[in-house]
Design a binder for this molecule. Structure first.
Ligand code: HEC
Ligand code: HEC
Length: 429
């Protein structure tokens, strides 16, 4: 296994050398955490540079990520609910990617909580839990109605866009004023994004401001683990500052499972500290799939167009990680995530009207595009954007507005050949 990986690494480095548009060697997507698996397991492979001890911890976390929780009392994995959205991490992050199963509604009422975050809606809290254990009632059902509209590209190609309108059926409480649908995202490569220095993100924001067309800024959010405000990185609005806080929140909100950081109403922790830490470590140390076909002239041309059309201003090709305590594998790597981790105003068509700390109702965090080309292989479908509305990359781009409107219009104006090249590049990610 290790020998094969090294061989693939050597081959790919040689390939990158001649493919890089600038003439230099293009770094591997995830630096030393890059994995060479373009199959359905492409998002599920541990980083190859883990020490034996770290790999063992990763595997413990893997088992916990897949564990199905049940109603207490139970010998293992009890504590589900009473209300919840799903029974395991993997149910919503299928093969460590995304799935329709994951769709949930974040809710709040107008105003702010004590830390500047969304104000919990009476009864619901911050999320509609649409399932419940025996003897309890779900908080409501999730209902969706779609409207279709058409966009025409400059070469005459028609793109059909479907817009969802979500409502809460059979609500258990008074309907909240703010509702925001969310799809899950892949969970690989996240330790690397966590290890990018805050100062680098602020530097990116300053460079964008000086540069003109786009103007991203970091979200600054409350960190419930460290008890302070800091830069947010995870979730579609970057409202989570760290993977441990994301994990703690996923257990308590998505599964109704309490932990030492989020005790139950009766002051109980249904999972221990070690479990939370192992699952967190798992999400910190999944490897990033290597690009494919980097030598293909069409892909090389597409990469240039990605920059000239303006996609790369937000989907920043290259970042550098700092040193991350306890996660050696992700420290000091040059990575190609295609995100700046910053918030951008994406216009009214994507707006959810639900502010989240520094993010306004129309701002979203640039999502990483690494692994994009394997989405269909891993998850069987492409359901892109924060609510899964886009059934492919072209639809995703045509939804871009606000700060990305100029890039979208340059995309619309591409010739068919240019568009095919850009799409070939995106498939190589
Ligand atoms: C009910 C479905 C569901 C379950 C169960 C669930 N997640 Fe998620 N997960 C989501 C959704 C939806 C998002 C996006 C949330 C947002 O942006 O507000 C997400 C986001 C994430 C992210 C951030 C990804 C990124 O790119 O920013 C991580 C990490 C994550 N989940 C880990 C976990 C872990 C660990 C568990 C189990 C403890 C878990 N999730 C359970 C639905 C789920
Ligand atoms: C102003 C910043 C900005 C620019 C410019 C931009 N994007 Fe995005 N992109 C975003 C944000 C923010 C989202 C998420 C929006 C949402 O989910 O509502 C996104 C989402 C996407 C997605 C869906 C990713 C996923 O995981 O669901 C793709 C694909 C994408 N962009 C490709 C492109 C391409 C190609 C271009 C150039 C034509 C481009 N973007 C230009 C900010 C930008």
């Amino acid at each position: 296994m290790r020998v094969l990986a090294l061989l693939a690494l050597a081959v790919s480095l040689a390939a990158c050398d001649s493919a890089a548009p600038s003439g230099g060697a293009e770094p591997l997507a995830g630096g030393a955490t890059t994995v060479f698996d373009a199959s359905g397991n492409g998002f599920s492979t541990p980083a190859p540079n883990l020490s034996a001890g770290d790999l063992a911890l990763h595997l413990v976390g893997d088992a916990e990520f897949e564990a199905t929780f049940v109603t207490a009392p139970a010998p293992v994995n009890g504590g589900l609910g009473p209300v919840f959205n799903n029974t395991s991490c993997i149910a919503c992050h299928a093969r460590d990617g995304r799935s329709r199963e994951s769709l949930l509604l974040r809710v709040s009422q107008r105003g702010r909580d004590l830390n500047g975050g969304p104000l919990a809606a009476d009864g619901f809290g911050l999320q509609v839990q649409d399932r419940a254990i025996l003897g309890h009632q779900p908080e409501g059902t999730v209902q969706v109605a779609w409207t279709e509209r058409r966009e025409v590209l400059s070469d005459g190609t028609v793109v059909s866009l479907r817009e969802p309108a979500y409502t809460i059926g059979r609500p258990l409480h008074a309907l909240p004023s703010e509702v925001s649908p969310r799809f899950s995202r892949p969970v690989f490569g996240l330790g690397l994004l966590e290890a990018v220095r805050e100062s680098d993100l602020y530097a990116l924001a300053r460079a964008q401001e000086a540069g003109g067309e786009v103007s991203g800024r970091p979200n600054v959010v409350w960190d419930p683990i460290e008890g302070r405000m800091r830069v947010g990185r995870f979730g579609w609005k970057a409202n989570q500052p760290s993977l441990i806080s994301q994990t703690v929140t996923a257990y308590s909100e998505d599964m109704g499972v309490s932990s030492p950081w989020a005790l139950s109403a009766s002051g109980e922790a249904e999972i221990d500290r070690e479990t939370v830490e192992a699952v967190t470590f798992y999400t910190q140390t999944l490897g990033v799939p290597a690009r494919r076909g980097v030598l293909d002239p069409m892909v090389v041309r597409g990469e240039r167009l990605f920059a000239s059309v303006g996609c790369a201003s937000c989907h920043a090709p290259e970042l550098r990680t700092g040193s991350q305590t306890g996660v050696a594998a992700v420290s000091n790597q040059t990575i190609r995530p295609y995100t700046d981790l910053l918030l951008h105003d994406m216009g009214p068509a994507l707006a959810d009207g639900r502010p989240d700390f520094g993010a306004s109702g129309s701002e979203w965090r640039t999502p990483p595009l690494w692994g994009l080309g394997l989405t269909r292989v891993v998850n069987g479908a492409e359901e892109l954007m924060h609510d899964g509305r886009a059934r492919g990359v072209v639809e995703a781009v045509m939804w871009h507005g606000g700060e990305a409107e100029a890039a979208r219009e340059r995309f619309r104006a591409l010739s068919r050949e240019e568009r095919d090249a850009l799409l070939a590049f995106l498939r190589s990610l």
